[in-house]
Write a protein that binds this ligand. Structure first.
Ligand SMILES: Nc1ncnc2c1ncn2[C@@H]1O[C@H](COP(=O)(O)OP(=O)(O)O)[C@@H](O)[C@H]1O
Ligand SMILES: [Mg+2]
Length: 259
């Protein structure tokens, strides 16, 4: 488990799970690179207790305008988006990235690919292609692990972001649409030959048995269940770093069963 992506429907808790996974890996002594590939949501840095986001990697690696032009030419030539190369270098190491392009605290590194900023700025394809290629070319050292926060839904599978990923965690809330998106993610990731695990998040304690019964009827076998914790919700509402919560114990158990 070296490159992990957390996927799921919007609002199911992807970013929060990314934060929990990073925290647990850091406690295990790993160097953790969190890569934010979500083009729409800005707040991951806040969840990690930083005051501002890092500069966007897309600007370090070539810039959105140049990438758009490059992509247009390649698409006209008939290249498939999932195969287009935008990056000059063969490989990237964390050390090669200038420090303004990540936020760092001890062994935690937060990187962001790029965000949508203006109306009519065009599609986010260059960010998708860049996420895929950067993840493919990013070489990890022994003790390093990458945790990728993805855009809601499944479009990133079309763009092939999961190509370089070895483990996909599909996170769902206990309601039908979220479960359906997670099922689709399980299907897509396993068709790509990835290890994929389902996690059900925000389960109210009083409904746990009922939810488990419904999951069993649907032949869904989550690797873990995370309960709904008011302190998680409140920390995010207030924009505070969550330091202590039993939720981390539940995530630790999930990671243990992944290994
Ligand atoms: N286990 C949980 N208990 C309570 N609130 C949660 C839990 N997991 C996530 N949340 C909250 O749900 C909201 C959406 O979570 P977020 O991680 O932003 O979702 P996503 O990244 O999938 O859109 C946030 O306010 C977050 O704090
Ligand atoms: Mg998110």
């Amino acid at each position: 488990m070296k490159k992990i992506a957390v996927c799921g429907k919007g609002g199911t808790g992807k970013s929060f799970l990314v934060f929990c996974l990073a925290k647990v890996f850091l406690e295990e002594g790993k160097k953790v690179l969190v890569i934010d590939t979500d083009e729409s949501n800005y707040g991951l840095y806040r969840l990690f207790g930083f005051n501002e986001p890092p500069l966007e990697l897309i600007d370090f690696l070539g810039g959105k305008v140049a990438f758009k032009e490059k992509m247009k030419k390649k698409i006209i030539k008939g290249e498939k988006e999932s195969k287009i190369s935008l990056l000059e270098q063969e490989n990237y190491f964390l050390e090669n990235i200038p420090k303004e392009f990540f936020k760092k605290r001890e062994n935690l590194y937060l990187l962001t690919i790029g965000k949508i900023k203006k109306p009519l700025e065009g599609c986010a394809c260059p960010m998708g292609v860049l996420s895929r290629e950067f993840l493919e070319k990013l070489i990890l050292k022994e003790n390093e692990v990458v945790v990728v926060d993805t855009e809601a839904g499944i479009e990133h599978f079309g763009r092939g972001i999961e190509k370089a990923i070895d483990t996909v965690i599909a996170v769902a809330e206990p309601y039908l649409e979220a479960l359906e998106v997670a099922e689709k993610i399980v299907f897509l990731a396993s068709s790509m030959g990835k290890k994929v695990y389902l996690v059900i998040n925000k389960v109210p304690l009083e409904y746990e048995e009922r939810i488990k019964k419904i999951l069993a009827e649907k032949k869904l076998e989550p690797i873990g269940i995370i309960h709904f914790y008011p302190e998680v919700y409140c920390a995010s509402l207030e924009g505070n770093l969550l330091l202590e919560s039993k939720v981390f114990e539940e995530v630790k158990e999930i990671i243990k069963s992944l290994l």
